[in-house]
Design a protein. Structure first.
Length: 146
């Protein structure tokens, strides 16, 4: 059973504080690692699913583009090439929109910063420093009496 604080020597108290501080710092580092790992895992999973979806969409679009181009050529245009160019322009606009959406999605998840660990570290720092470290308002100079 640990001794009461009032019966411990100063050296023992300093050792206890040092030991607890190092334990606390190790735990904060572990929290930061866990947070970064979690965020990177989410980014990788989202990226892989997006790539797979893109591949399947591309394969389906190859077939759909061919059909739409021939329909445009027969119903709207009198030549065999105009439908393919109109269709290419539409798909380039769709690709630009999808690229912008992907850019915004990746920006929302990056960079993987351990926000919880940083907040905890700030709280611990404030607690350890105590009220003595708080900025105090400047003292007013004494007023001269005439």
């Amino acid at each position: 059973m640990p001794e009461p604080a009032d019966k411990k020597s100063v050296a023992e108290l300093v050792f206890d504080v040092s030991e607890r501080t190092s334990t606390l710092i190790r735990e904060e580092i572990e929290l930061a690692k866990a947070e970064v790992t979690e965020k990177v895992t989410k980014l990788v999973k989202g990226s892989v699913v997006g790539i797979v979806a893109g591949v399947f969409a591309f394969l389906a679009l190859i077939l759909a583009m061919e059909g739409v181009a021939w329909i445009l050529n027969e119903e709207v245009f009198d030549n065999a090439w105009a439908g393919f160019f109109v269709e290419a322009a539409v798909f380039l606009l769709i690709a630009a929109g999808a690229g912008y959406f992907a850019y915004r999605s990746l920006q929302a998840g990056a960079p993987p910063v351990p926000e919880q660990a940083i907040e905890e570290a700030k709280l611990i720092k404030d607690t350890i420093q105590g009220e003595d470290a708080q900025p105090k308002p400047p003292l007013k100079p004494p007023e001269a009496k005439p």
